[in-house]
Design a protein around this ligand. Structure first.
Ligand SMILES: Cc1cc2nc3c(=O)[nH]c(=O)nc-3n(C[C@H](O)[C@H](O)[C@H](O)COP(=O)(O)OP(=O)(O)OC[C@H]3O[C@@H](n4cnc5c(N)ncnc54)[C@H](O)[C@@H]3O)c2cc1C
Length: 393
């Protein structure tokens, strides 16, 4: 906690400059904390006259950590089909649970979805908490939040993983707020730290740094992860326990009613599932050169991706964009053509099994991430690759 000693303040305002959050103001020589103060202590460090002091020890845990056990995954499903991110999260949850000698629990809500438990077990769950009721057929914020929060309060999981999907992005922050705990969104890495806490890594400051975030004082530890980031694992013949939870509709649940569901026009490109992606950036020079990428992708049974620069230039539609504000992909082979390798692009493709970079600048950052690199003009190299592939098929 930050404490001010106004009589010592000399009005230098170093603290105001040091605070990233606008958490302190100095009126004349009178310092005051604003609502934005996070208690980070940056102002304490810069104050030369001890007019700001950190009072007391760091805030300790606000709950009994020992009571929290197990790794949970919110099992997102639509119309009786599990979302791929659920299976990917179970793979990661299994790894985290093994490191904590704990169980993996999948929380499954919906209507007529009891048969999904087997798939959850085969992807790593030890237990499924199943709430199967007609009013849960479609995701609606109020009942889902109420029921999942109640289950969390009763069972006290240590970690909760949720897909960074439209549903997950609605549910996760509401749960975190209700439970008064932290939430790290769009994680790209999750691991158990030396003290047993969850270390949550994600791009920060526009993707320019990778930040590792911990939840030192609160439980549960909550994270969302985008589809395609983690790896699903299959445990053939694995079984588990299904616990049926009885629930009933409450008055607040009906505030939102679903009148009609319209299927979104399907994108013609399926980058998340592609085994091979041939991506182009600004270095492709002009839109017609993307035809070369289409030809190469066609020969490799792959899809065409693009950097944001190429999308912003209108050379490719947005649903082809790979990266922090595009899609996260993990193909077996990712071929980056005329792409510099900005962190925001890497954030979406660096988990690919093999990365082949084609760039005429040998110092382009993409080569740091590449498994194989070709330094040269993409407009000459790609036609050569196409003719070699044609010659060999
Ligand atoms: C908040 C935020 C989010 C972002 N999200 C994304 C995102 O999701 N995805 C994304 O891609 N970017 C994203 N960006 C933009 C990112 O920072 C870069 O600007 C972008 O990735 C650059 O695209 P590029 O590599 O195609 O273009 P450039 O950086 O201009 O690179 C072009 C490359 O092509 C090479 N080249 C030129 N001619 C040739 C040739 N004939 N043959 C071979 N190589 C050639 C050059 O040497 C250069 O390395 C984001 C930025 C911000 C701030």
């Amino acid at each position: 906690m930050i404490q001010l000693v106004p009589e010592k303040c000399i009005g230098c305002k170093l603290c105001v400059k040091a605070c990233l959050f606008g958490g302190i103001a100095v009126d004349g020589k009178v310092p005051r904390l604003t609502d934005s103060c996070t208690g980070c202590g940056a102002c304490v460090d810069v104050c030369r006259v001890e007019a700001i002091i950190a009072s007391g020890e760091k805030t300790g845990p606000v709950c009994d950590f020992a009571a929290y056990k197990g790794i949970w995954v919110f099992a997102e499903q639509h119309a009786g089909k599990l979302h791929s991110v659920t299976l990917e999260l179970l793979g990661k949850a299994r790894e985290l649970a093994d490191a904590r000698s704990a169980e993996v629990t999948a929380v499954l809500l919906g209507s007529g979805i009891a048969a999904l438990d087997g798939e959850l077990f085969r992807h790593g769950a030890d237990r499924v908490l199943l709430t199967d009721a007609p009013f849960l057929a479609n995701y609606r914020t109020a009942p889902y939040e109420r029921i999942v929060a109640r289950l969390i309060c009763e069972h006290k999981p240590e970690v909760i993983l949720i897909g960074a999907t439209t549903t997950g992005r609605d549910l996760a922050p509401r749960l975190a707020n209700r439970l008064r705990t932290g939430l790290t969104a769009d994680c790209t890495g999750l691991e158990i730290g030396p003290e047993g806490g969850l270390l949550q890594t994600r791009p920060a400051f526009g993707g320019n740094i990778m930040a590792t975030i911990a939840t030192p004082n609160h439980r549960p530890q909550m994270a969302t992860v985008r589809p395609g980031v983690m790896q699903a694992r299959l445990f053939e013949n694995k079984k588990g326990e299904t616990v049926r939870i009885a629930v009933s509709e409450e008055p607040g649940d009906g505030l939102v009613q679903i009148l009609k569901t319209l299927a979104r026009e399907k994108s013609s490109v399926s980058l998340e599932k592609a085994e091979v992606i041939v991506s182009g950036g600004r270095g492709m020079g002009e839109p017609k050169n993307f035809k070369l990428l289409e030809n190469l992708a066609g020969l490799l049974s792959g899809e065409v991706g693009a950097s944001r620069a190429a999308v912003d230039l209108g050379w490719m539609p947005h649903d082809h964009q790979v990266g922090q504000t595009g899609k996260t992909v993990k193909p077996r082979i990712y071929i980056a053509c005329g792409i510099s390798g900005a962190v925001q692009h890497l954030a979406g493709m660096q988990s690919s099994d093999i990365i082949i970079a084609i760039n005429r600048d040998p110092a382009a950052p993409i080569f740091q991430a590449a498994t194989f690199g070709m330094v040269g003009d993409a407009l000459k190299i790609i036609p050569e690759l196409i003719s070699q592939l044609n010659a060999n098929t």
